[in-house]
Design a protein around this ligand. Structure first.
Ligand code: ZN
Length: 442
């Protein structure tokens, strides 16, 4: 599709009552009331039923966990007990399971309006050496942008870590695969569809030596760094007992305090920590749903943003959410932040975290906004369901009434979801195959 006029939307998260002109995959013009495109258009889409948002950007997930949602061994536990229950179950993961889990998570995300996602994949039991390749293939198949993160665990129980031996790798093997994946897939140009980040899992599952080595590799290859940090009090106690310092001091010690880094959760930070994060431009992915499910705590979004730290949004893994719906995450972000602060936290704050804020976490300047020159990544919602009837402000209605399914989604000017369904896959077939694969994990 070369040129398209998205004509007169019902509403949009930009000042463009006349519509949006898309040309060669980018937003070429925003039209005022009564304005027409400057040139003739090959295609016109009547958006009079649609509320148009920038495509949502998900900055934290663990796709493989879709296979262990609402797992009887793990429900109603806090993080460390939840992890100890699930590590042995997850060690059964095979390539065909990861492929189905990735396809399912991507489909779910896209159906909720997501156009770019990352996935923190840190689980590499024997036989799963091509996990990153599988994820790239699936993202390309569905046409979604993706930052694959080559995660890792190398600190098992016998060395003082939390995971069992069956799910960890050694440092040399991890670093060799990081280099391989970056060399094969990391795109640095504007409009990149696939990028690679390095993502040792957490302070309690990797060695500091691996953290340092990944930091150096990211510098060498100009890619980003991601890890879990300051999620729970247990993690804080682990860091003080094992390393004699706080999680943020540990991060600084490993050379990660930089604008190359974005962190998952980022809850238990002192005022001094928040100021340091802001000074160094470290991003924080706020995961409201997961934080409530695991009772982990409340992210200090307002202080972090005020200090200069980008704040994005993530659904987190599908065993601590347990869905992959980022619009639902936007609503949860609004609610938990109102509880943390006050009613001045608005639906526009929550939407900003899921779009511009998330794009900044991933180091991207070309997505996350409906603005001239940005990539044409857009999510279209209707207000046709009963839950929206009677709503006044269409944008606020999406968040307050609980929009959870996009009618259409566009990535780089191409339709990827139509009539609520991702193009190119059979959703019922996928549900059946994924459900069958998940039975092995019970
Ligand atoms: Zn996570």
């Amino acid at each position: 599709m070369c040129s398209l006029w998205i004509k007169r939307p019902l509403a949009a998260l930009a000042d463009c009552p006349g519509g949006i002109v898309v040309r060669d995959g980018r937003i070429a013009e925003l039209l005022g009331r009564g304005e027409m495109p400057a040139r003739s258009m090959e295609n016109v889409f009547d958006a009079s039923r649609h509320v148009v948002l920038p495509g949502l950007v998900n900055t934290h997930h663990h796709f493989y966990q879709t296979l262990t949602r609402a797992h009887p061994l793990a429900i109603n536990k806090k993080l460390f007990d939840w992890l100890r229950a699930l590590y042995p179950v997850w060690s059964r993961l095979r390539p065909e399971d990861l492929r189905l889990a990735t396809r399912l998570a991507l489909a779910e995300l896209m159906m909720s309006g997501v156009t770019t996602t990352s996935d923190h994949h840190y689980l590499f039991p024997d036989g799963l050496g091509e996990a990153m390749d599988i994820q790239v293939e699936e993202a390309r198949r569905l046409g979604i942008r993706m930052t694959v993160t080559r995660g890792a665990m190398n600190l098992s129980e016998k060395d003082g870590g939390l995971p069992p031996d069956s799910v960890v790798q050694d440092e040399d093997e991890i670093l060799a695969d990081c280099e391989r994946v970056i060399g094969k897939y990391h795109e640095r140009h504007e409009g990149a569809m696939i990028q690679v980040a390095l993502a040792p899992c957490s302070p309690f599952s990797v060695t500091k030596s691996l953290m340092c080595a990944c930091g150096a590799l990211a510098e060498k290859h100009d890619c980003r760094l991601h890890t879990h940090l300051a999620e729970t009090h247990d993690e804080d106690e682990f860091c003080r007992a094992s390393f004699g310092m706080s999680p943020l001091d540990y991060l600084e010690d490993a050379g990660w305090l930089s604008s190359r880094t974005w962190l998952a959760h980022g809850i238990h930070f002192s005022d001094g920590d928040v100021a340091r994060l802001g000074r160094h431009g470290v991003g924080v992915c706020h995961c409201p749903t997961s934080n409530m499910v695991l009772a982990s705590g409340q992210c200090r979004t307002r202080e972090l943003e005020a200090a200069g730290a980008p704040v994005g949004l993530g659904v987190d893994g599908s065993a601590s959410n347990d869905s992959s719906n980022l619009m639902e995450g936007v609503r949860h972000a609004l609610m938990i932040n109102r509880l943390t602060y006050d009613a001045s936290v608005s639906h526009l704050d929550a939407l900003r975290w899921a779009t511009q804020g998330s794009a900044r976490c991933l180091g991207r300047h070309d997505i996350g906004e409906i603005a001239t020159g940005k990539q044409a990544d857009l999510a279209f919602f209707t207000l046709d369901e009963l839950r929206f009837s009677g709503a006044g402000d269409p944008i606020a209605a999406l968040v307050l009434c609980g929009a959870h399914r996009a009618d259409r989604v566009m990535v780089a000017g191409e339709w990827r979801v139509a009539d609520g369904v991702p193009l190119g896959i059979d959703v019922s077939e996928l549900r059946a195959a994924h459900g069958a694969a998940a039975r092995r994990f019970l």
